[in-house]
Design a protein around this ligand. Structure first.
Ligand code: MTE
Length: 333
């Protein structure tokens, strides 16, 4: 992602950061300090980092309120090899905890996810605040294996646990004037060390058109791999619309607001020319500074691993293509 730095406006991650910034930086630091004769200290730091990455993969535990986890097999479920839990939970974007891929697992230990409630408000007949426990019970949970493709050019395949967001939307009865849904996420400067930094505007806000939010593929996610979401992946609940770039999937949601105007998302505020509101995965529309035609599957890192071709709508075109019939997808990127 584009990162706003403190001194010079914008900074874009290097290719090295995309492959694994922490590993790259660790090696680079080690080489630099070995040259300066301080390798012992660096090795200790490096070992500490590795230990942290491992402790971050300790699973948070079963999703207690899960009534059932049924593996759904439909056109929307991919049968591709799952990404390892360790990769999915240590290679993250969650800028409230830092911009390094390892930061969210490393820095989110103090973030409190209980008690939790989500305020559903705006243009609805039945606005209300839902305790997490009530949201968990609102509809039968199921496991769905979806690809997630990040705008940076990598992808994962993850078994998400939750239900279609449409189930909640139907309960609150949107008014005829509601056209968009805004997702506001937690921003607690006490436990999220980067909230308040100039990396992005806080809180992190995302949005969907109402018909996108109502689409059965769009999921309210409470867990992954059959367990509660770890904090670094957006506990206690996040969004998943698998045909969109990863940044549309707001983590640790606290407010869902129905509006008649397009929500101003955090990334549109930061760099509207680079991150549009729609952000559908589209190999034919390049990011202004790099191609979106291919992707690297996390876990397929071998020296000779071939990049994969990115699929239109991330492979979900049959399910969602009609939502954009007649739209110029170069204009509405
Ligand atoms: N949600 C919040 N609140 N803050 C963030 O920085 N990053 C987004 C998205 N949701 C982000 C967020 C980006 S850029 C991506 S690619 C996905 O989360 C990453 O999800 P993952 O770490 O579970 O793979």
């Amino acid at each position: 992602m584009l990162i706003k730095s403190h001194d010079d406006g914008f900074h874009h991650p290097l290719g090295s950061e995309i492959t694994s910034r922490s590993a790259y930086e660790g090696r680079r630091d080690m080489l630099r300090l070995m040259a300066a004769g301080a390798a012992g200290t660096v090795l200790a730091t490096w070992a500490g980092r590795q230990a942290l990455a491992q402790s971050a993969t300790v699973r948070p535990g079963k999703l207690a309120a899960l009534p059932s986890i049924a593996s759904k097999v439909s056109g929307a479920v991919t049968m591709e090899k799952l990404t390892d839990y360790k990769d999915a939970s240590t290679y993250n974007n969650f800028y409230e905890f830092g911009t390094d891929k390892a930061d969210p697992a490393r820095n989110s230990g103090r973030f409190q996810t209980t008690p939790w409630s989500v305020s559903v408000e705006g243009l609805v007949k039945q606005p209300r605040s839902y305790a997490l426990e009530d949201l968990l019970k609102l509809s039968a949970q199921e496991e769905r294996i979806y690809r997630m493709r990040c705008v940076e050019g990598w992808s994962m395949v993850i078994p998400w646990v939750g239900y279609s967001l449409a189930e909640l939307i139907k309960k609150v009865e949107p008014l005829g004037s509601a056209k968009f849904v805004e997702f506001v996420t937690a921003a607690d400067p006490q436990t999220m060390p980067f909230v308040g930094s100039r990396v992005l505007s806080w809180p992190y806000v995302e949005g969907l058109r109402l018909d996108e939010a109502m689409h059965p593929l769009t999921m309210l996610v409470f867990g992954m791999y059959g367990e509660m979401l770890p904090t670094q992946n957006g506990a206690p609940l996040r969004l998943m619309a698998p045909w969109k770039y990863g940044f549309k999937h707001g983590k640790s949601i606290v407010k869902i607001r129905f509006t008649d105007t397009e929500p101003k998302t955090a990334w549109v505020k930061s760099a509207p020319q680079e991150y549009g509101f729609y952000s559908n995965v589209n190999p034919n529309v390049d990011h202004p500074r790099w191609s979106q035609a291919t992707e690297r599957r996390i876990g397929e890192d071998g020296l000779f691993a071939k990049k994969r071709k990115t699929l239109m709508f991330n492979g979900y075109e049959a399910q969602v293509g009609q939502l954009y019939a007649g739209m110029d997808l170069k204009k509405f990127y």
